[in-house]
Design a protein. Sequence first.
Length: 300
Amino acid sequence: MSLLTSAAANGDARPHPGPLPRGEGEPLTAFRDSGVSRLDQTPAANSHKAEFAKESDQLPASVPTSLPLLGERAGANDTPVGKVPAADFLIWQLLDSAFPTGGFAHSAGLEAAWQHGEVRGRTELVAFIETSLDQLGHGAMPFVTAAFDVPEKLAEFDALCDAFTTNHVANRASRAQGRAFLTAVERVFKSEIRNPKSEIECAHFAPVFGACLQKLKVARETVTRMFVFNQLRAVLAAAVRLNIVGPMEAQILQHRLASKAELVQQRCENLTLDQIAQTAPLLDLWQGAQDRLYSRLFQS
């Protein structure tokens, strides 16, 4: 016989806790049938509701008596027809690490720089990220904005991006992320991004990102800011996995580097394809050495 059975037989077992205590003579079914909580039946609750109703009657008609629901932003109902603003939930979903783009399989050259001793700690990591953001703004941002402005020429911009990205590791990573992002957007949001008249050969990430978000009606400024944020978060996530910094330290750096990311976004969002440039040849060199590492955690 087990200890619990023995205790129950002797009357020593602790009784099973019953339902929450009710008021004296208070039937539980009455509250269930009325749909009113017992908390609302106390004298204090009734007094509070009466005072709130009295104060609400004295407010001007222009002052709302309740907070708006999420998504009911000021001026949302005044939006012209055909110019529906993107929902915040859509932006959060696209930036969520759970959105299947494969971005966390790439370190943008950080792993190679770390194994070669170029990035040893926080100071070198900050310099690496700032340089990486500058390179992103001048070498990739123009493809995002060009595809956003003229999505019908996505195939043309994709071919130009392929010719510009001469680093085989960076080229491979851009293709992999672009195809994953394009497939995810088309399947999740039921959006037809590909133009049947022109086949997208490589599906590089930058032009695909701009064309997809234009199709989803996200504002242009928001698109460029999302693009920079995605790079900042991905490199810091790689730094955590490489044990260069810890999770808390990475969040501190992300908060600190937000102003740098915003500066890159403002400086580069209006660059044209005639102004694309490689501003960080060392980063390009380190990333190209990714395949020659003895052991590696990332694909690029």
